[in-house]
Design a protein around this ligand. Structure first.
Ligand SMILES: C[S@@+](CC[C@H](N)C(=O)[O-])C[C@H]1O[C@@H](n2cnc3c(N)ncnc32)[C@H](O)[C@@H]1O
Length: 273
């Protein structure tokens, strides 16, 4: 069953795009000079893409959900921001010749993929496919910044109902669980929207995968990039037990033009090891 369809307007109205907006501010404050051209993968309703565009940066936003992109387009139109949008799966982002001009090799200073969107990749080869395409799209010295939920986050997914939003006309609750043997996490998102005197129910089940730090480092390196920093979302060096890690990766052997890294070793064990 497709996800981010009926959930798209709910996602946006409960403020889920704010995480990426905040991260854009952190990323840009760490860049010595603003990037000129940015690609935001899995851009959703456009939180990060619009935040880059508001600062005068040329942006392309890509997502596989038509419903999320519809909202992103409308938000850009409302704010008079000229973002270009691509409807595609990030594992096969250059499959459609019509988008080749927007997704030219070596044409982006920065590629982002925010709010655990890469956790949605499931097959072992998927992370490698995305990293290889990103490496191809980055200018020499460009950077790829993404965040991932780690197993420390998934280990807190305890299969109980948690209300995450509660207002007079919208209630949203999540039931999240994690199987550490399969490394698969599932979130059942249920919402009720009030329309005058009736409540409408909606539901989607989202599946995420835990990517061990070793998997990430291997995929990044195989694509010819290197991990130069691992941060928390508050932009502190990530401790080994961080619940979410923001990875900063640099393309090629050239000195990076963007965020200056810190020493990054491979991070240790999975929670259950
Ligand atoms: C948690 S949302 C994050 C959206 C946005 N980055 C933000 O921070 O608000 C995950 C997004 O990833 C997109 N997505 C998941 N798998 C994808 C894929 N293989 N290709 C493109 N987009 C994908 C979904 O459609 C959804 O918009």
């Amino acid at each position: 069953m497709k996800i981010y369809t009926t959930y798209a307007p709910i996602y946006d109205s409960i403020g889920q795009a704010q995480f990426a907006q905040r991260l854009v501010a952190q990323i840009l404050s760490a860049w010595p000079t603003p990037p000129q051209r940015v690609l935001d993968l899995a851009c959703g309703t456009g939180g990060a893409a619009l935040a880059f565009a508001e600062r005068g940066i040329e942006v392309v936003g890509l997502d596989r959900s038509a419903a999320m992109l519809r909202i992103a387009r409308a938000r850009a139109r409302d704010r008079d921001l000229a973002v270009r949008w691509v409807h595609a799966d990030m594992r096969r982002m250059r499959d459609r010749p019509a988008t080749h001009d927007l997704l030219r090799p070596a044409s982006f200073d920065l590629v982002t993929c925010l709010y655990d969107s890469l956790n949605y990749l499931r097959a072992a080869e998927d992370l490698g496919l995305v990293c290889a395409s990103v490496a191809d799209l980055l200018r020499p010295g460009g950077q790829f910044v993404f965040d991932l939920n780690t197993e420390y986050e998934f280990a807190t997914w305890d299969d109980t109902d948690q209300v995450v939003y509660d207002s007079s006309d919208l209630l949203v609750y999540n039931r999240l669980n994690y199987n550490r043997y399969t490394r698969v996490a599932q979130g059942r998102i249920v919402w009720f929207v009030r329309e005058i005197d009736r409540w409408w129910r909606g539901e989607e089940v989202h599946t995420e995968r835990f990517w061990h730090d070793a998997d990430v480092q291997a995929a990044v390196q195989a694509a010819g990039m290197q991990v130069v920093a691992r941060y928390t979302p508050a932009w502190q060096p990530a401790p080994p037990d961080a619940a979410r890690v923001v990875y900063v990766c640099a393309s090629g052997p050239q000195p990076a033009q963007g965020i200056v890294g810190h020493s990054v070793g491979q991070q240790g064990q999975a929670v259950g090891d």
